[in-house]
Design a protein around this ligand. Structure first.
Ligand code: HEC
Length: 113
């Protein structure tokens, strides 16, 4: 085997090895809120969540999502915060509804991938 061919084989093996963990990572990390439907979340959010945010944030409900010190930095935190606020409200959303709301807020404001 000449050196060029050897290099090509080593390079191909390296590329393959590099591709495997990447594929595994993609397969293991589904898109956030894969079971959430933003179109179902929007009306819940509009009905239950906007009034209080508007009261707390000087009449501008969406300001809660654009604060410098915003709390939510990961999809997991978003879902927790939706649960927390939903409980605060006493709205008693079901977990699937909370996921719809989170999917809507993600689409609209957070854009986690
Ligand atoms: C009783 C008032 C109230 C209601 C009702 C309410 N929220 Fe909130 N929400 C707040 C307050 C106050 C904060 C800011 C908390 C802080 O900064 O510590 C907040 C923060 C949030 C945040 C975090 C924003 C960020 O990134 O900093 C999310 C997400 C959120 N609310 C979602 C919801 C959803 C979804 C609903 C409806 C199910 C809802 N909230 C209903 C008062 C409320």
């Amino acid at each position: 085997m000449n050196i060029l061919r050897l290099l090509r084989v080593v390079f191909a093996a390296g590329a393959l090895a590099a591709a495997i963990p990447l594929q595994a990572a993609v397969a293991m990390a589904p898109a956030p809120f894969a079971n959430g439907n933003p179109d179902l979340g929007k009306p819940l959010n509009d009905e239950d969540c906007i009034d209080c945010h508007a009261r707390r944030f000087g009449g501008e409900a969406n300001r809660v999502y654009f604060r410098g010190e915003r709390r939510v930095h990961t999809p997991g935190q978003l879902l927790s915060q939706v649960s927390y606020c939903s409980a605060e409200l006493g709205a008693g959303h079901f977990p699937d509804e909370e996921e719809h709301i989170a999917a809507y807020l993600n689409k609209q404001f957070y854009r986690f991938k």
